[in-house]
Design a protein around this ligand. Structure first.
Ligand code: GLP
Length: 253
């Protein structure tokens, strides 16, 4: 069931999303969280840091598994997703480093790394909450538009749209990695609950299509319409603009 929550601002959406995660952590000290990168969840991570600093929540017993990593970037490269997670969250909360997991972008045997990450996800015994952003082309994790939905951890070629979108973080578009390892759609769909954060008008059309259009691997996020549990979507007014116009009844204020 998809529940789309209205927020006026990105900050408000981030607070609401962080509250959902905080409520889980208060009940379940050893929760398994699936994390995402990209600019969308940054404010939400800031809220989690604030709650941790205030003693409201603890990550002491929490385990995390991230969606994806660029192939070819080391964990300490400042554009790797490992670096991003440490910089935006892990370095500021009381999580144990050994309880955090990301694919290894520098693995020499990518097939073996793909299988290793399948094992990591499997060993978690179920992701309690998976955080998602959404790409301009509907990708979740790095599951790009394709002819089919990937089941397990996948090695993917990034599309031009993604390379262009992410080039803003690199000195030159040529520096953007061309491939990535990503948790598969099948694994995302096995999470117990999903929360999505997105903001800005650039995401308005793909979000409307994902939640109200046909379910197709051409818009990978559309598979969330078939998710068995709750998908709580936290959008700012800009990201919501088209949904508000076409499906106002679907928006929870
Ligand atoms: C990234 C990640 C996705 C993310 C998306 C959107 O590259 N692989 O998990 O949701 O692209 O990023 P942003 O939030 O910066 O628009």
């Amino acid at each position: 069931m998809i529940r789309i929550y209205y927020s006026k601002t990105q900050k408000e959406a981030a607070e609401k999303c962080a509250n959902v995660i905080a409520e889980l952590l208060k009940k379940k000290k050893d929760a398994v969280l699936g994390f995402a990168t990209g600019s969308s969840p940054v404010m939400m991570y800031r809220e989690l840091i604030n709650k941790c600093e205030a003693g409201e929540i603890s990550f002491e017993g929490v385990k995390t598994v991230n969606l994806d990593e660029y192939v070819g970037l080391s964990a300490d490269h400042d554009q790797s997703f490992s670096y991003f997670m440490h910089d935006n969250l892990f370095n500021h909360i009381n999580i144990k480093e050994e309880n955090t997991n990301l694919p290894d972008g520098l693995a020499t045997d990518l097939e073996a790394e793909r299988r290793r990450y399948d094992g990591v996800i499997e060993s978690m015994g179920g992701i309690d909450i998976q955080v998602l952003g959404i790409g301009h082309n509907g990708h979740i994790g790095f599951n790009e538009p394709a002819d089919s939905f990937s089941k397990g951890t996948a090695l993917v070629d990034l599309t031009k749209s993604t390379i262009d979108a992410n080039s803003r973080f690199f000195e030159s578009p040529d520096d953007v990695p061309r491939r990535a390892l990503t948790m598969g759609i099948g694994q995302i769909m096995q999470a117990k609950k999903i929360v999505m954060v997105a903001n800005g008008t650039a995401k308005a059309a793909i979000l409307e299509d994902a939640f109200f259009g046909e379910v197709s691997p051409k818009n990978p996020a559309s598979i969330l319409q078939f998710f068995k549990g709750e998908v709580d979507v936290f959008l700012d007014e800009e990201a919501l603009s088209l949904i508000m116009e076409r499906h106002p009844e679907a928006v929870i204020k």
